[in-house]
Design a protein around this ligand. Sequence first.
Ligand code: NAD
Length: 330
Amino acid sequence: MKILFYDTKSYDKDSFQQVLKNYPQVTIEYTKSDLDPRTAALAEGFDAVCAFVSSDVGTQTVEILHQKNIRLLLMRCAGFNNVDLESAAKYGIRVMRVPGYSPEAVAEHAMALALASNRRLHKAYNKVRENDFSLSGLMGFNFYQKTAGIVGTGQIGAAMCRICRGFGMKVIAYDVYQNPSLKDFVEYVPLEKLLADSDVISLHCPLMDSTYHMINLDTIRQMKDGVVLVNTSRGALVKTDDLIEGIRMHKFAGVGLDVYEEETDNVFEDRSDEILEHSTTARLLSFPNVMITSHQGFFTREALEAIAVTTLQNALDWMEGKSSRNDVKQ
Ligand code: NAD
């Protein structure tokens, strides 16, 4: 089978080429272009396309893929909120994903953001480089014996719960389902209680209609003063304008974001001053207690290898007509 691999970065190609040796039935052609309505027609002559979180797999893209006889969409990521599943189902395009390539990779990054924003490591690094060894503006608080509130306890949220327990924190969680593997040390509570009781809040639920802008002025007001908020899940879980208002109200000791609402607009790839001036992400960066990274939670050697293995196994399952737990329900 032939796969067109969109939005290729050199590290993607390296990890997939390494694993491809074990899949002689599969060939991959790589393009740097990301998948969107303008580039979907490149898929002519391929059986499948491989896309990522940044891809636009909305209605128009899916229609073009269908016209080009694409039968399989391989998402090399966990999330699929950027895919029009209804249209894919209508045209018989199977959608498969990589649900848990390395939950620890993302959870460890979430904790890194919580610690870095709390202890102002980003600020401390710059101060010391400029020969300023004073501690002003760097005070944080201990995580030990504080309460971590984990929203969403699937694979990544569960890994984050284990990390927080390792720090000696009390761990409470909110989810629509309870994860039985956490029953010994995690107490499930309603969202309102989690917001009110947590010293560190970390978001690990998917972006859906029910979770869109779940962190807004109303929910921010319910949080403790001096809370640390971390989002490594999807940008639109947080209403950015309201977050900025919350930061101005001095609600947060620290905010760590690996994802943000403007991500898909490639705001920082097109660095025109006008765009930056009006960007809410740029406004967020102006606060000293905010640390932003560029959707790098997944970016470890182990995770990249696992993504390649699972994506190629998904391709094989499709070729052999096997159903898979990696099928996205359409
Ligand atoms: P998962 O499917 O294993 O877990 C998601 C959990 O969220 C489930 O337990 C589900 O019941 C829960 N949930 C659903 N609706 C909810 C709601 N309304 N309130 C609270 N919880 C709810 O997914 P995962 O592998 O743990 O990934 C979580 C998210 O992390 C993904 O959806 C993706 O957006 C994000 N992610 C980010 C990166 C990164 O690099 N930053 C990498 C991978 C995944």
